[in-house]
Design a protein around this ligand. Structure first.
Ligand code: TYD
Ligand code: MG
Length: 458
């Protein structure tokens, strides 16, 4: 009797493999994510594509390696280029992740349009939408050249043949969850399929020098493999985030082999597709209430760019026994920590108060430099005392209530000046890294006590 084929269980969220089913994944601690799949047995000789060009494996010295200068191509969207680290690198594999409906297909179609207009051969492969749907979307975005190649296909074997025949310079795969490799029996979207399909694409990208963009949906449900399992295989990982109901979108690079990470690009979704937001600070501070308590402006560095944000806090008396705390956009534990520091070091009676902290615009910021902004907003709301419109603050708050240094103070001050702020509250230790700038007053502070002594918080 033939032996039954052995199966294994894979976590659909992180790719953890186990011989038996488990309720909770030991890898990522997600619940109910294990699905039975046939493991891929790797016959010898697979994955030969990458090394096919180099017949013998001989080490070479660093000096002998030629790199072509200027191997980057602009995508025609400055914000996308910024997230990519300066443009599209030839032969790179880029993963664009994000919630469904956030605008990944729109962004990549716009990129295709720009590349095709430059005379590049671009192939857009969709496994989700029909050609008609793509055409309808393209009509909203604007004029297209006739040269953009479209293909509706989900079989990787066919896709590899088409790429072989057409020899495009850039390929978009929308999305990796719909693609399947015939050699693997698991369903499209499962961890094995997603991982194997990506490895085929990796071989095509590196072997033929084609730049490939892969779209991956991130969902909480277990049945679609999150793109997290393929983050380590690709060169660049971009995440598209933002509130689906708000109009702006943030493209954040979380991994980049060709540039700095944490760089962000900001877009606004319009009825004619995504448009670039050249000055995000302006955009995020728009509509800031004048003379309202509980609102402070802070500065966060995102990659190499300073971004000004409005931190809002609402502190009010608790009606029930346990005070309620929420943090939207900022780290919840960090906010709790700052509240504890305020209580202990400044003696504010926050134990009887609910505190709601929000970063306006729905943007997520995790840099410790916004601590001072959060603290100012909380104090301002607690005392019902507005902070003047012309003040901005940045600095990390330590557990003893000290204000610690932050990096790139100069750029932050310059951004504040550009947006017309007149007073900058910053860590005293960071003062010496900032040159004097005319028309802006620098207030160096060492501890939270000094903040409380500031006149506008009396
Ligand atoms: P889409 O790119 O299809 O998202 P994803 O590929 O990430 O799933 O974006 C779809 C959303 O964008 C949809 O809700 C409609 C909206 N949209 C606009 O608001 N304006 C436009 O010009 C386009 C093309 C889409
Ligand atoms: Mg899509």
């Amino acid at each position: 009797m033939a032996k039954a084929k052995k199966t294994a269980f894979f976590c659909q969220s992180c790719g953890y493999e186990s011989a038996k089913w488990m309720g909770q994944c030991p890898g990522c601690k997600e619940w109910n994510t294990f699905v039975e799949e046939l493991p891929v047995d790797k016959p010898a000789g697979r994955n030969k594509g990458i090394g096919a060009a180099a017949h013998r494996s001989e080490p070479v010295s660093l000096r002998q390696i030629d790199i072509k200068e200027d191997a980057r191509v602009s995508s025609g969207l400055a914000e996308l280029d910024r997230a990519l680290g300066g443009g599209i690198v030839e032969g790179s594999l880029v993963l664009v992740g994000g919630d469904p409906g956030i605008g990944k297909s729109t962004l990549l179609l716009q990129m295709c349009r720009n590349l095709a207009q430059k005379g590049m051969k671009v192939l857009y492969i969709s496994g989700e939408e029909s050609l008609r749907q793509i055409k309808l979307r393209a009509r909203r975005i604007g004029e297209f050249t006739d040269d953009l190649l479209l293909l509706c296909e989900t079989s990787l074997g066919v896709i590899a043949q088409v790429i072989e025949r057409q020899k495009p310079q850039a390929v978009i795969i929308d999305s990796i969850q719909t693609m399947y490799n015939e050699e693997i029996s698991s369903a499209p979207g499962s961890v094995s399929q997603v991982r194997e399909s990506t490895s085929v694409l990796l071989q095509i990208a590196k072997g033929k020098g084609v730049s490939i963009f892969i779209v991956g949906h991130v969902t909480k449900e277990g049945n679609v493999a999150g793109p997290r399992v393929l983050e380590h295989m690709v060169d660049t990982v971009l995440y598209f985030e933002g509130d689906r109901h708000a109009s702006y979108r943030i493209l954040r690079s979380v991994k980049n082999r060709f540039g700095s990470t944490n760089e962000i690009g900001v877009f606004e979704m319009r009825d004619t597709g995504l448009s670039e937001v050249k000055n995000p600070s302006d955009f995020l501070l728009d509509g800031r209430p004048a003379d309202a308590s509980g609102s402070a402006v802070a500065c966060s560095m995102e990659g190499t760019r300073p971004i000004l944000i409005e931190v809002q806090a609402l502190v009010c008396k608790t009606n029930f026994g346990i005070p309620r705390r929420t943090a939207a956009g900022a780290d919840f534990n960090r906010v709790n920590l700052l509240i504890a520091v305020l209580e202990k070091r400044l003696g504010l009676n926050l134990a009887n108060c609910d505190a709601y902290v929000n970063i306006a615009g729905g943007i997520k910021m995790h840099e410790p430099a916004i601590d001072l902004g959060i603290v100012l907003a909380i104090i301002s709301s607690y005392r019902d005392q507005p902070i003047p419109d012309s003040v901005i603050a940045f600095g990390e708050v330590g557990l003893s209530g000290e204000i610690r240094a932050v990096s790139m103070a100069q750029q932050r001050v310059q951004e504040a000046k550009k947006l017309g702020f007149q007073t900058v509250i910053l860590p005293k230790v960071s003062m010496k890294t900032v040159d004097k700038i005319k028309g802006i007053r620098l207030l160096g502070v060492q501890s939270l006590k000094e903040i409380m002594a500031l006149r506008f918080l009396d």
